[in-house]
Design a protein around this ligand. Structure first.
Ligand code: GLN
Length: 553
């Protein structure tokens, strides 16, 4: 039984993709949460792939892993960072999943020989999935974002499902938000409203009115343009929202609240009146805006897909959150691991800290190993995430222990020194997609380790996504040479965190702490990285001023 009390806000996009629809949806979620509404969010991706887990990051950006182990769209990362609610497997689904379920049911004979069709079978399955997310998250309001743009053939069945859901739950239990681009023409200096008008009209042709129109532009939008949009799109004037591109995305909920959008949603969905509490959030936004950028830290992210910053969006957001906690801004230096291989670690010259994020496949791995060597030798703070932890281990085994052939079986299946090897549970896994060690697992921290100090507790739960692991056959030798095992599974079988003893901060985690970082609650492992940088800088400054005064004196 679907929870009858859940109300739905459908979010669609118009004219072009990459409009910041995900951020707008997340920000609406935060606005509602600020008003005391129990909110959750679903992202629908209208492509045939079952999930983004097996897609190229250049196609798709980051794969965000939920606590319950689903490999999902990167927008879920924005959602969790904004609404600070754990999302679930049901929070993201694709056309591929809808068809997969239907085809499996058809093969089992569930349809008793009937023809299986777009309507009602596909639409029913879409509704079932949206309601399952409502049920699982117990949301009072569920925001449902549809990927792609209106007018695209991929989205049609979903729009029909929204229309049916709207009739089913009652009109005042659903509303529709449309985010549309206002293109700018250099020749006339104008923002054009016509494409948005067509998009709203197209949406109406599916039986879906627009209750809130978010107008996106990269320059100020005049009242005249907003009036025109209200009149031509048949949207209440106070529900036409100007949304200029912003540097600080966390400002969006505050802006939406300040223009009175709560009233529009409250009235439409007949929600009880509640006070707004975005005070803490607004303070954070304010702190971001007040950062003095002259003393920004510079942190390198060394990866394979750095040309598309979105591929590591949770990582860069986690770095920024940790810096903000120390009242510091941060400049990310995106470093291509393959370029380090060719040009050497000089590409890292001058950075304050390095993060080596997760990854798959051998391209760029040697560049990451060179990066780890550089950090170890120069005592530059280093945080390795998943593959970054494996690289730290390989580097240490090669250059400190002296096993110059040390490697991961992922990159050299016949290596004589597999310090990283395939997990036992993975040895009989041959299919791709949802088959790795995924999601939350507990990790016990070692007393006296940097990680234990960073977390301030003895056991934590973190999100995983990997097939390979630290090889316990090397545990003794590596530990004796100075690689501390700082965290393991509670049964001590899998190594989860390693760190160098003789280094200010060189830590690697087999899990992905970036998924649990929040803009207003930095993750301990990232915080400790930034603190190590700030400490290192203070020490250097003190040393310089001491030599300075010695020279002067
Ligand atoms: N490729 C490595 C593994 O499968 C690391 C995975 C990752 O970085 N997410 O273990």
């Amino acid at each position: 039984m679907p929870p009858r009390q859940t109300k739905y806000i459908f979010v669609t996009g118009g004219v072009v993709s990459s409009l910041g629809k995900g951020v707008t949806t997340a920000a609406l979620g935060r606005l509602l949460k600020g008003r005391g509404v129990k909110v959750s969010i679903v992202k629908i991706d209208p492509y045939i792939n079952v999930d983004p887990g097996t897609m190229n990051p250049y196609e798709h950006g980051e794969v965000f892993v939920t606590a319950d182990g689903a490999e999902t769209d990167q927008d879920l990362g924005h959602y969790e960072r904004f609404i600070d609610e754990e999302l679930v497997r049901e929070s993201n689904f694709t056309t591929g999943q809808v068809y997969q379920t239907l085809i499996e049911r058809e093969r089992k004979g569930d349809f008793l020989g009937k023809t299986v069709e777009e309507v009602p079978h596909v639409t029913d399955e879409i509704i079932r999935r949206v309601e399952a997310a409502a049920e699982k998250t117990k949301a009072e309001v569920l925001l449902v974002e549809l990927g792609s743009t209106i007018g695209d053939i991929k989205g049609m069945a979903f729009l029909e499902a929204f229309r049916q859901l709207r009739n089913r739950v009652g009109r005042h239990k659903t509303m529709s938000v449309h985010v549309s681009l206002l293109p700018h023409l250099g020749t006339t200096g104008e923002l054009k409203t016509r494409p948005a008008q067509y998009s709203v009209k197209e949406l109406r042709s599916y039986g879906l009115p627009t209750h809130i129109l978010v107008a996106r532009a990269d320059r100020p939008i005049s009242d005249e343009v907003l009036d025109k949009l209200a009149a031509t799109c048949d949207v209440d004037r106070q529900a036409v929202v100007p949304m200029m591109t912003t540097k600080n995305i966390y400002d969006v909920p505050v802006r939406l609240e300040s223009i009175g959008l709560w009233k529009v949603i409250q009235e439409r969905l007949e929600l009880p009146e509640r006070d707004s509490d975005l005070r803490e959030w607004a303070k954070m936004v304010d702190r971001i805006e007040r950062l003095k950028h002259e003393d920004d830290l510079e942190v390198a992210i060394v990866g394979k897909y750095v040309e598309l910053n979105d591929a590591y969006i949770s990582v860069s957001e986690a770095v920024k959150a940790a810096a903000l906690a120390e009242d510091r801004g941060v400049k990310i230096r995106w470093v291509n691991a393959e370029a380090v291989e060719k040009e050497g670690p000089r590409l890292l010259d001058g950075v304050d800290a390095v993060v080596v994020p997760g990854g798959f496949g051998d391209r760029g791995v040697e560049g990451k190993v060179m990066t780890a060597t550089w950090c170890r030798e120069n005592k530059v703070p280093y945080l390795g995430l998943c593959l970054g932890m494996q690289v730290l281990t390989i580097e240490f085994a090669r250059h400190v222990l002296g096993d110059d052939k040390a490697h991961s079986e992922e990159f050299d299946s016949s290596t004589k020194h597999p310090v990283i090897h395939l997990m036992e549970a993975q040895q009989s896994v041959y299919t791709k997609g949802g088959t790795m060690r995924l999601g939350d697992f507990p990790c016990k921290l070692t007393d006296g380790s940097l990680a234990r100090t960073a977390y301030g507790t003895g056991e934590v739960t973190e999100r995983h996504r990997h097939r390979y692991e630290f090889n316990n056959e090397y545990r003794e030798q590596l530990a004796q040479a100075g690689l501390r095992i700082a965290g393991t599974t509670p049964d001590d079988v899998l190594v989860e965190i390693v760190e160098l003893k003789d280094h200010p901060y060189m830590v690697g985690s087999q899990f992905h702490p970036e998924f649990k970082s929040r803009p207003d609650r930095a993750h301990p492992l990232f915080s400790e990285l930034v603190k190590a940088v700030v400490g290192r800088k203070a020490a250097t400054n003190e040393a310089t001023s001491r030599t300075g005064s010695a020279r002067n004196g």
